[in-house]
Design a protein around this ligand. Structure first.
Ligand code: SAM
Length: 273
């Protein structure tokens, strides 16, 4: 089913305003991801569907649309450099500086949860028996309720686990069916999943020691990226890190200091880490 140019342009503006996602070159994607839903729900065409979308005050239609439009591709150990930095630099520094033994970590745009669970596994490897003395629960947020539901269940197909170091599958997963593995309860308890739209102000109480926003800003334009990185910066603790995807370019006015590719740090003049 094809979408009329006028309906497409209005949808592009709506999605960009509400979620930051730039669909202007994604007409085919919009058509393919929404057509079955539109037909199943009995809408006549895209125009009929769009009218219902904009008039639905319950928020259900919009949530449904964003579940279908977002790209949730992810897997364990994606961009290994970050997990190496997390264990060899971030957690090592934390042991020296965090006398309260509390870490504030946020996986923003967590998709199916592989990223935050992966961090929890790394923290487990790093701290070993000492982990019980640390509060290193990870906040994980996304705008897709579909992704969040799956993330909470923590069930993954075998191919998502392929990059894990030897022994981690046996240690951190339980096989639930042929080719399906669930993250252990201990690791699941280390992650708190919440809905959060990155276009909304960041109102979490604590400042973050580490924010991961990887392979999310790739869908945003320059202005949106810049706004978001300013918000991340304000929500970061002094010395806090930001990890972005390796394929993503930081905005020109980035306030964080670049430590290495895809790794940034908040260092203010006179600030103490
Ligand atoms: C490709 S996945 C990245 C997952 C993970 N961070 C990784 O690198 O493997 C991008 C995620 O960003 C989420 N996303 C897109 N726009 C968002 C927004 N405005 N607020 C919060 N999450 C958003 C999508 O729902 C999707 O789950």
């Amino acid at each position: 089913m094809q979408i009329l140019d006028c309906d497409f342009e209005r949808l592009v503006t709506f999605v960009k305003y509400k979620y930051g996602i730039d669909l202007k070159d994604k007409k085919f994607l919009v058509e393919t991801r929404l057509t079955n839903y539109i037909l199943d729900c009995g809408f006549k065409d895209f125009t009929d569907y769009c009218t219902a979308l904009y008039n639905d005050t319950s928020g259900r239609e919009v949530a449904n649309m964003i579940n279908r439009i977002t790209t949730n591709h992810t897997y364990f150990m994606r961009e290994t450099d970050h997990f190496e930095h997390f264990m060899k630099v971030f957690l090592k520094q934390a042991v020296q500086t965090k006398t309260d033994h509390e870490l504030c970590i946020w996986s923003a745009g967590c998709s199916f949860g592989n990223e935050p669970y992966n961090l929890a596994m790394c923290a487990n490897e790093f701290f070993g028996d000492e982990k019980k003395n640390w509060d290193c629960r990870i906040l994980a947020t996304d705008v897709s309720f579909h992704a969040l539901r799956n993330a909470k269940n923590g069930m993954y197909p075998e191919q998502d686990l392929e990059q894990l170091p030897p022994g981690w599958r046996e240690k951190y997963f339980r096989q639930r069916a042929k080719g399906i593995y669930q993250v252990t309860e201990d690791i699941r308890n280390d992650v708190i999943f919440k809905y959060h739209n990155l276009m909304e102000p960041i109102e979490f109480k604590k400042k973050f020691d580490l924010i991961l926003c990887r392979n999310v800003m790739i869908y945003f334009d320059e202005r949106t990226k810049s706004m978001l990185c300013r918000r991340f910066y304000d929500a970061s603790a002094e010395g806090g890190y930001l990890y972005i995807g390796h394929a993503e370019a930081a905005p020109d006015d980035m306030k964080y200091i670049k430590e290495k590719t895809a790794i940034y740090r908040k260092i203010t003049e006179g600030g103490e880490c």
